[in-house]
Design a protein around this ligand. Structure first.
Ligand SMILES: [Zn+2]
Length: 500
């Protein structure tokens, strides 16, 4: 019989029991909470976590699980399944996701495996950062064999385990279809990132001026007239004192690039978002394209959103340079700084947060982001590199499994490259057959190997044997994974100027 059961037998009241349980190490002490005359907490049972509800007398908690009597109490011990996550959210409202609003600093802390959130919460504790713990795109769901229910429930259990009551978000990330948005909202997601890439005309960038003129003239005359009055050769003064100039040549390209995307944003907003009876965070993403969002483009999109009465919490432009997966920013830092300052001023002018996607490991631009967007507020999405920290754990504690994963990555690279655009050079990835076990973790510090291991995660996780092995190692080395995640997130927070 484990320790916590002894304490239940001896306790007089739930308050008394709570005080005693918080000192034990077979439970997660921060999870102990009283709600509706029940004491709730999470216990470690071997490698599994369970939720326990204790009530005075005969009344048992609604969790589906095993009921027993101990002393004067009824004990319900239950698995961390979907039904029980729902019960927990109704008992402890802070375990439900919530909208985080249009200001302040938030971070997307996507958790591919459903194991990283406790470490993420520890990393941000004591800072002003508000976490979006559940954050997956349809592509990531497919590649990890998970559903939105799993993703949301993992976040619910993580905040419960950590006793984190600061409020967290759940992001239906890069959604492109109305039915997917409805599904995420029905499950209780608190944020929708609308991916407009399929409606942005990415080809305009390459056309010559004459062709642009021809295409522009094909737009309906009424639309041209309306937009010309508003934007063509216009100057706009932002509250910060900066000026946006819409010269004629760029004006036409801008309209052709974005006009259909704007209609799409309006359609989604009117059909779904405006009809909701609760607050959510609605983010507009125009970043998943090749066409960089110039400050003029950003202003145009922002001003059209306002004119169409579309309320957003954040906008994600496609910044200059490259934000590739798993590695630092690539591009001209001086240009990035100059343009980022204007993007932040535009966001501030229109009253929303600036959103930075693929934000893992972009250490060279973090000081710029932290400086210029601090007062406006910003949202940085990170996710993928907590997977790489998981792989780092495996490289450290189970070299044989690491070697198998590495081989799987090599075998699936060609297929993975269809999903992810990366510049990695396979020739630069050291041959693992020449490396001793002790040297394997160093691969996680080499850019080409990082991208190799990063973009092939789905192929490793879809192999059921590998998947089981990965989860087993990470559950067994929960503390080491947490330690690596905290160290990794601290590097982000320090570079952003959030932590000392
Ligand atoms: Zn994006």
């Amino acid at each position: 019989m484990t320790n916590w059961r002894e304490k239940v037998k001896q306790a007089e009241t739930l308050e008394d029991l709570k005080r005693h349980l918080e000192k034990l190490d077979d439970i997660y002490p921060d999870s102990c909470h009283l709600a509706s005359d029940q004491l709730l907490f999470m216990v470690k049972d071997g490698r599994e976590r369970l939720v326990v509800a204790i009530s005075k007398g005969e009344r048992a908690c609604e969790f589906e699980g095993e009921t027993s009597q101990l002393g004067g109490f009824t004990v319900k011990q239950a698995h961390l399944n979907a039904k029980n996550a729902q019960v927990l959210r109704s008992l402890l409202p802070w375990t439900s996701p919530q909208a985080l609003g249009t200001s302040g600093i938030s971070m997307g802390l996507g958790d591919r495996l459903g194991l990283a959130s406790p470490g993420h919460l520890k990393a941000i504790s004591g800072t002003q950062v508000r976490p979006v713990l559940a954050q997956q795109s349809m592509r990531e769901l497919e590649l990890t064999n998970r559903t939105y229910v799993d993703v949301l429930d993992a976040a619910t259990w993580a905040v419960f385990q950590a006793g984190y009551q600061g409020g967290y978000g759940a992001d239906g990330d890069h959604l492109k279809k109305i039915e997917d948005i409805r599904m995420a909202l029905e499950l209780g997601f608190s944020m929708i990132t609308l991916d407009c890439s399929e409606h942005i005309n990415d080809g305009i960038l390459k056309l010559d001026d004459a062709e642009v003129q021809v295409r522009y003239n094909q737009l309906p005359a009424s639309k041209r007239q309306e937009l010309e009055e508003l934007y063509q050769n216009q100057r706009y003064n932002l509250q910060s004192g900066r000026t946006i100039n819409m010269d004629l040549e760029h004006y036409r390209r801008m309209v052709l690039t974005y006009h259909q995307a704007l209609d799409f944003m309006e359609e989604v907003y009117e059909q779904v978002i405006a009809k909701l009876d609760r607050m959510i965070d609605f983010e507009i993403s125009i970043d998943e394209v090749a066409t960089p969002t110039t400050p003029q483009d950003h202003f145009f999109v922002a001003n059209e959103l306002k004119r169409r009465d579309i309320k957003v919490c954040s906008v994600a432009p496609r910044f200059c340079g490259h934000f590739e997966k798993g590695i630092d920013y690539m591009g001209n830092l001086a240009q990035f700084e100059e343009e980022f300052a204007v993007h932040a001023a535009i966001a501030s002018h229109f009253g929303y947060k600036l959103s930075i996607h693929s934000g893992s490991d972009k250490f060279s631009v973090f000081p710029i982001i932290g400086t210029y967007a601090r007062t406006t507020g910003y949202h940085v999405k990170t996710a993928g590199t907590n997977w790489l920290e998981a792989v780092r754990v495996i490289a450290n504690v189970n070299p044989d499994l690491y070697r198998t994963l590495h081989q799987k990555a090599l075998d699936s690279l060609a297929a993975a490259r269809k999903y992810y655009n990366v510049s990695m050079d396979l020739a630069k990835v050291p041959d693992i057959n020449t490396l001793s076990d002790q040297k394997l973790p160093e691969l996680l510090d080499q850019d080409d190997a990082r991208q190799l291991l990063h973009i092939t995660y789905g192929f490793m996780l879809q192999d059921s044997k590998l998947r089981a092995d990965i989860y087993e190692v990470l559950r067994e080395h929960e503390d080491l994974y947490e330690e690596f995640l905290i160290r990794h997130m601290n590097r982000h927070l320090k570079a952003l100027g959030i932590k000392e």
